[in-house]
Design a protein around this ligand. Structure first.
Ligand code: CIR
Length: 258
């Protein structure tokens, strides 16, 4: 195991162009370019001290690269989701198999639906976005699963974007990057908040890797705000994956070394 742990990733499917889309217009998508960007993303994970374990995809899994949606990793268990999009449930078995060596598994059950992109885990609270993908039944079930592990689940409404983590991510201890038009800042009273630049509504998705952040290079104004806040920030070209409504958090499942 590398210094900081294992990062599960999954190949970009040749069918990426047929992915699910909710708030993004379908435009022509170059799978080779998406794969090249994904390789650079994996390289950033390796540089940050993670051992990358890349799973294979298949032509019937257009969204397979977005592994974050299929599981939630906690120190003492992993929760396998029941993705909100029917087309994505086929992605579940291989992710469960990949995680089984590292954590005991629990499952979100029907009628619950949940995408991992809706789950923002902070030191104190697990925030879960109620969205087109994640319903109240799944949020209640997650509360039950996490209660024995002393983790409090708090539901928040998400509007105008796909997932909670399109609207808010943690960028440092006690600090969130948010778009207040997608999620109410009052949900996060105990945090310091950095707002995205209003010209960059989709910039709130940042991946925390140790003491550094990875962001998409499409949002330079928001990046400046993060740098001014004293954070170490690396930018990646994620433009082809963004056409599939994906961001930087959704392409990995991080299993930190204990
Ligand atoms: C979907 O709609 O499910 C994919 N096209 C994009 C998923 C992105 N996942 C994420 O941000 N956690």
């Amino acid at each position: 195991m590398a210094e900081h742990g294992v990062a599960i990733t999954r190949e970009v499917s040749e069918a990426l162009g047929s992915c699910e889309l909710t708030h993004v217009q379908r435009t022509s998508l170059n799978v080779a370019a998406a794969r090249a960007q994904h390789c650079m993303y994996e390289h950033a994970l390796t540089e940050a001290g993670f051992e990358v374990v890349r799973l294979a995809a298949a032509p019937d899994m257009p969204d397979s690269v977005f592994v974050e949606d299929i599981a939630l990793i906690f120190p003492d268990l992993a929760v396998i989701t029941r993705p909100g999009a029917l087309s994505r449930r086929i992605e579940v078995p291989a992710i469960a198999d990949a995680l089984r060596p590292y954590r005991p598994l629990q499952y979100i059950q029907s009628p619950g639906t949940m995408d991992g992109g809706d789950v923002l885990t902070t030191a104190g609270v697990v925030f879960v976005g109620r969205s087109t993908r994640t319903n109240t039944e799944a949020i209640d079930e997650l509360s039950r699963l996490l209660a024995p592990h002393n983790r409090q689940v708090r539901e928040v409404d998400v509007n105008g974007c796909l997932h909670l983590k399109s609207a808010a991510t943690d960028v440092a201890d006690g600090v969130l990057l948010i778009n207040p038009r997608f999620v109410a800042p009052s949900s996060f009273r105990e945090f310091d908040l950095i707002e995205v630049d209003p010209l960059e509504p989709l910039a709130a998705n940042a991946l925390r890797l140790g003491d550094a952040l990875v962001v998409a290079d499409a949002y330079p104004r928001t990046r400046d705000r993060l740098v001014k806040a004293g954070l170490k920030v690396y930018s990646l070209d994620m433009s082809e994956l963004a056409k599939a409504e994906g961001g930087v958090t959704c392409c990995s499942l991080l299993i930190p070394t204990a």
